[in-house]
Design a protein around this ligand. Structure first.
Ligand code: E4P
Length: 219
């Protein structure tokens, strides 16, 4: 399973790469706005900065919602850096654009996916990644992890190559359950990744080892 960090914050992206387990990064317009990055040039420059830090795929989301606009914007984004994956919303025009990008060697991430039917459409169009939003489904009392299981089953039935990139993943339990469900990638905030380290018995055990070592080695 690959780990992507879900942020546009450069310090957090650097910290995530320093963990030594990072495979990529996802962003969205909300995350860019949260960092105060506004205006096309600034946003594009920011994507380039992220790509210089991350040795892996970096999702850059289009703002356009019509076919022609998505194609034009996506081509420009893809030219920014070899790591860029064009993130396209799960809408009719988006799926058509994903097919175009797939036919023209541009990597895509189909975002805002909430149903198995949408997952089938994206795979048929040749999306590189599919982003089902686990947390946002849980927010409305629909089983987000259940959707990952369903999509895994469908994709395996037909050997679809689209990678399941579980998104809107908000805690350590989500990460583990996505892994159990067979997600190819999990993207989540840095604090969710870091929370995987935590176990009280690890802390207690280490403390005891160090105390015992100090006692045995005291002069
Ligand atoms: C990433 O690709 C998604 O845009 C992101 O994971 C959404 O997360 P949220 O539902 O916590 O905003």
């Amino acid at each position: 399973m690959k780990f992507f960090v879900d942020t546009a914050n450069l310090a957090q992206i650097k910290e995530a790469t320093e963990l030594g387990i990072l495979d990529g990064c996802t962003t969205n317009p909300t995350l860019m706005a949260k960092e105060g990055i506004v205006g096309e040039k600034n946003v594009w420059d920011h994507y380039k900065k992220i790509c210089e830090i991350v040795d892996g795929d970096v999702s850059a989301e289009v703002i356009s919602t019509d076919y022609k606009g998505i194609i034009e914007e996506g081509k420009k984004l893809a030219k920014l850096h070899k790591n860029i994956v064009v993130k396209v919303p799960m809408i009719r025009e988006g799926v058509k654009a994903i097919k175009y990008f797939s036919d023209n060697g541009i990597k895509t991430n189909c975002t805002l996916v909430f149903s198995p039917g949408q997952a089938i459409l994206a795979a048929k169009a040749g999306a590189t990644y599919l982003s089902p939003f686990v947390g946002r489904l849980d927010d409305i009392n629909i089983d987000g992890i259940g959707l990952i299981h369903q999509i895994r089953h469908i994709y395996d039935n037909y050997q679809f190559k689209t990678q399941i990139l579980a998104a809107s993943v908000r805690n350590a339990l989500h990460i583990v359950r996505c892994a159990e469900a067979g997600a190819d990638v999990v993207t989540c905030p840095l604090n969710s990744i870091v929370s995987l380290f935590a176990h009280p018995l690890t802390d207690k055990g280490l403390e005891q080892f160090l105390v015992d070592h100090a006692k045995a080695n005291k002069k």
